[in-house]
Design a protein around this ligand. Structure first.
Ligand code: SAM
Length: 288
């Protein structure tokens, strides 16, 4: 039984990192005049009202998008991300926050596709309301990992698999690694982006070490922290694991993310960007 509702966390520092990177990946796909397919295995609701009781309760967006909202000009990649959020806030005040499937749907060109899966009943209802009638969008109720086999490789032979789990069930990292193995077997050239939490009770390092053992080349990780790892603090940061990152992304993130971290967290903000596996499958010395 899934209990996680993304509405409690929409627009927080983790969403900022995830969605800024996602938009960079989509824009890289759009640079070529060939159709692409995005598979979003854990789609969530599609869009979030930041003044709804669940968002307002924790007001996590205040420390994330809320801090960046007025900070135009930090970096072109940040401005592109802010523009994507601004589409949903035409009056200027920050009221609505777009989730990953909506951000993707808005970047589809004629011929591009999005397949988005969501397992939580209420979240799926919201997702259907948000995106059910969009051209190029196919929604699937149920387990996003399970739908992968039938979807890979996509007929377009180019695209992105976004995996953004809620990490609420036992064995999540094992299922994640099984999915990464399958994607590598069936869609080797595809981009993959996995969001992962940085929390004191479950360090990410053992999972990252296990990814290095999967035999998948060209893996980059980008982490953004807003607090030092403390015993009593929950989500002190998060990371994006990227397989086949597009050319230029690493350099963009090296420039943009420290400015984002500083804006959201001042001197507590920290960024770490490192190659986990190089393009030839070589394993640079682990730094974490
Ligand atoms: N990707 C969304 C975004 O960026 O806007 C947020 C997704 S939220 C972190 C994770 C979502 O995955 C939740 O809505 C949860 O109900 C859903 N979920 C959990 N396990 C799932 C599974 N096995 N398959 C599909 N969805 C799942």
């Amino acid at each position: 039984m899934l209990a996680y509702r993304h509405g409690f966390h929409a627009g927080n520092h983790a969403d900022v990192l995830k969605h800024l990177v996602l938009i960079e990946l989509l824009d890289a796909l759009r640079r070529k005049d060939k159709p692409f397919c995005v598979i979003d295995t854990h789609a969530g609701d599609g869009v979030y009202a930041l003044d709804a009781p669940e968002s307002a309760k924790l007001a996590e967006h205040a420390g994330g998008i809320g801090r960046l909202w007025e900070a135009r000009g930090l970096h072109p990649a940040v401005d592109v991300y802010l523009d994507a959020v601004a589409v949903h806030n035409p009056a200027g005040a920050l009221r609505r926050y777009p989730g990953s499937p909506l951000l993707v749907a808005e970047r589809l060109r004629p011929g591009d596709r999005l397949v988005a899966a969501e397992a939580h009943g209420t979240a799926y209802e919201h997702l259907s309301e948000c995106l059910g009638r969009r051209r190029g969008v196919q929604l699937r109720a149920g387990d996003g990992y399970a739908s992968l086999k039938a979807l890979l490789p996509p007929s377009e032979r180019r695209g992105l698999v976004l995996i953004d789990p809620s990490y609420e069930t036992a064995g999540e990292y094992e299922r994640l690694n099984a999915a990464l193995r399958m994607i590598h077997q069936r869609f080797r050239q595809g981009m993959v982006a996995v969001w992962y939490p940085l929390v004191p009770r479950k360090p990410a390092a053992p999972w990252l070490a296990s990814v290095r053992e999967l035999g998948i080349p060209d893996v980059l990780v980008a982490e953004l922290r807003v607090e030092p790892p403390g015993a009593d603090f929950g989500l002190y940061g998060s990371g994006m694991l990227l397989i086949n990152p597009p050319w230029g992304l690493e350099a963009t993130l090296r420039e943009a993310l420290p400015r984002v971290a500083e804006c959201m967290a001042g001197s507590q903000g920290e960024v770490s960007i490192r190659v986990l596996v190089d393009e030839r499958g070589g394993l640079p010395a682990a730094t974490d």
